[in-house]
Structure formats: C-alpha cells, structure tokens
Design a protein around this ligand. Structure first.
Ligand SMILES: N[C@@H](CCC(=O)N[C@@H](CS)C(=O)NCC(=O)O)C(=O)O
Length: 267
C-alpha cells in the first residue's frame, strides 16, 4: 500500500492517523503542496487534480479522505481478524462527513502573513508553468491547476468567503463542544474515526496560534484536545512536526526551500 501525503495537509493527517490507529503498514511518499511537489508530472499522472492524500492498494487508487479511511478500517478487519464491530457506526460516519465539510483552505490562508502567502503562491504558479513546458501532454490539467491558483487568489481576497468559512468552523466547534460535554470522545466513550477527522482541525488551529480563541474558550474541547494529544498516533503524525518549537523548524525548512529556488529560478 502506498500513501502520497504530507504532514502539512489536514486530509493527509487524517489518513495517517487512521493508519497508525489501525496498525497498518504502508509505503510513505511525501508530496509537499507548498513546495509544489504535487505538480510533478509523476504525481500528476496518478492524480490530475494534484491533491493529497492519494491512497493506492495495487490497482485500486482512492482520493476521497472519508472513503480512504473507511477502506483502511475494512483492511484492518480483514488483516487482523478484528470483529465487524470495529467498523464505523452510522453516527461515526455522519460525524466524519460533517467534519469533512469544513474546508480549511481559505481560513488557513487568511491567517498566513501576506509576505509568505504571496511568495508561496507565486512559486507554485512558476512551478506549474515549468512542469507544463516539460510535459505538454498534461497541459490541460496544468492549465486547470493554474486557473485554480488564480481563483484561489480572488476568493482569498473576498471577505465574505472568509466570513463563511469562519462561521462554518464556529458552528462545527459549537456542535462538537455540546457533544463532548456528554462523552469522552466524539462518538461516545471509545476513540473512533470521527476523532481521526477532528484532531487535524484542532491541530490546524494550534499551528495558526488560534488555540486560545477557538479551543481554550470551549472547556470540553480543551479537555479533549489534551487527551488526544497523548496518543502515540498524534505524536507520530502531528506532534513530531508541529509541537512547540518543532513547528518553526518545519515551517522554516519549507520557507528556505521556496526562497532558495525562487532566488535561483529553479522551478
Ligand atoms: N480529495 C480530498 C481533498 C484533498 C485536499 O483538498 N487536499 C489539499 C491538502 S489538505 C491539497 O492537496 N491541496 C493542494 C492543491 O490543491 O493543489 C477530499 O477528500 O476532499
């Protein structure tokens, strides 16, 4: 099994948490979307949308995060002989879709300082054009990606887009808070795939230094957040890259890569 993913990506974190929690081995391929590694022709041929994660089991390739996680669950049942009760219940799947419906893209972009955002998006556009010249057979898919980059720029500047994303996040967190007032984990007393979907949302808020505003202000989520951070899966997938000073090291490494390549026009 092959997983194309990156520690920065919320959806990748979800899939990796599921793999860790279920104890499934896989071959890991890092594809950093900020350094535009997802624009490489080799990856584009697997997934012309260039999005991560991509999960591949033989000839079977999947792109949808919830679908991948439910598939991982079934693999765990078959390979470990675990009983069918470890398959997600309807309530868990409902939570998974509800959490998946909030997209972190514009919210995240609105909290990244202008300088970094501008340089990174310019770098990505340059890489797309360079890859398009190298692989003309993929030109239409690359054009689509370029259009998407310009659309993202426009939407990012629209205050309504950000406001909607923020409202969506707040209403999701309020619903989660109400649920966590009653139960230890999101779908009851057992950790489930609903938690796997939620944890990266909280990690994103931590990465953006918004813990106080969105997490600490909700006592049940704050309690839950301390609890889930102690899980080995969290440490391996998120903590290792983003806890405390590590986040500066991770971000700096990406930033230096972009600055260096831009300086020498190495796309
Ligand atoms: N297919 C995914 C969406 C994946 C997605 O949006 N991935 C983001 C990172 S979390 C990405 O690859 N962005 C890079 C790009 O769009 O070029 C789903 O289940 O909805």
């Amino acid at each position: 099994m092959q997983l194309y993913h990156h520690p920065y990506s919320v959806d990748s974190q979800r899939v990796r948490l599921a793999l860790e929690e279920k104890g499934i081995d896989y071959t890991s391929h890092h594809v950093n979307p900020i350094t535009a590694k997802n624009m490489d022709a080799s990856f584009f041929r697997i997934n012309p949308s260039a999005k991560i994660p991509v999960f591949q089991n033989g000839a079977h390739i999947m792109f949808d995060t919830v679908e991948i996680i439910l598939y991982i669950e079934r693999i765990a049942v078959v390979s470990s002989g675990a009983d069918q009760t470890s398959i997600s219940s309807r309530e868990v799947v409902e939570w998974m879709h509800k959490i998946q419906a909030w997209k972190p893209k514009f919210f995240t972009l609105s909290h990244v300082p202008e300088k970094y955002r501008h340089d990174a998006s310019k770098f990505i556009r340059q890489v797309v054009m360079a890859r398009m010249a190298e692989s003309p057979d993929l030109a239409s898919a690359y054009h689509k990606k370029l259009r998407e980059a310009y659309e993202t720029e426009d939407k990012r500047k629209d205050p309504e887009v950000l406001e909607r994303s923020k409202e969506h996040l707040v209403s999701l967190l309020n619903e989660v808070e109400t649920k966590l007032n009653e139960t230890t984990y999101l779908a009851g007393e057992e950790f489930s795939m609903a938690d796997v979907m939620l944890i990266p949302v909280l990690a994103r808020l931590m990465l953006l230094d918004l813990e106080k505003q969105y997490i600490a202000s909700r006592p049940s989520i704050a309690r839950y957040w301390s609890l889930v951070q102690q899980r080995p899966s969290y440490q391996n997938v998120i903590g290792k890259y983003f806890n405390g000073w590590r986040k500066y090291k991770t971000l700096l490494r990406t930033w230096c890569f972009i600055r260096f390549r831009s300086l020498f026009k190495r796309y």
